[in-house]
Design a protein around this ligand. Structure first.
Ligand SMILES: [Cu+2]
Length: 143
């Protein structure tokens, strides 16, 4: 996975022409997180490159939105200790859970607009579901 991510970044750089990476300490986050700004020569963001904010507790590594009574992602890949923020953008409640023998959680009733962060502490492949809507299914790979 790490190798794949590296290859993706290299491919994005190769496809985007000249890029420069620079940190902007004057805009450092008060939480102590690290942000890396990658821009094209003219300062515009390169297309096709996604950046994750890491290192600050309030930021999850991945966001999974629930809308239309489904997860808008089918799969999520995170490192061990990585976080997923489950965000309910529906007008109905959800109840997101995972009952794997290796890793369990249950958010409980999650009302419209609620956001819950789950830390995945154990490597593995997990199926996350909603107790209220049986068709909701998300695969989380932690490694
Ligand atoms: Cu649901």
């Amino acid at each position: 996975m790490k190798r794949l991510a590296t290859l993706s970044i290299l491919a994005a750089i190769a496809c985007s022409g000249f890029l420069s990476a620079q940190s902007k300490p004057e805009e450092a986050q008060p939480t102590g997180g690290i942000q890396l700004f990658i821009t094209a020569e003219d300062g515009s963001p390169p297309s096709g490159l996604r950046l994750a904010k890491l290192g600050a507790d309030e930021f999850a590594n991945v966001e999974v939105i629930q809308a239309g009574k489904r997860f808008l992602k089918k799969e999520a890949y995170i490192p061990v200790g990585g976080k997923i923020a489950f965000i309910n953008k529906d007008r109905v409640s959800h109840n997101v859970y995972c009952h794997s023998t290796a890793f369990k959680f249950n958010i409980g009733s999650q009302g419209p607009g609620d956001r819950h962060v789950v830390v995945f502490t154990t490597p593995g492949k997990y199926v996350v579901r909603c107790a209220l809507h049986i068709d909701m299914r998300l695969v989380v790979v932690v490694k």
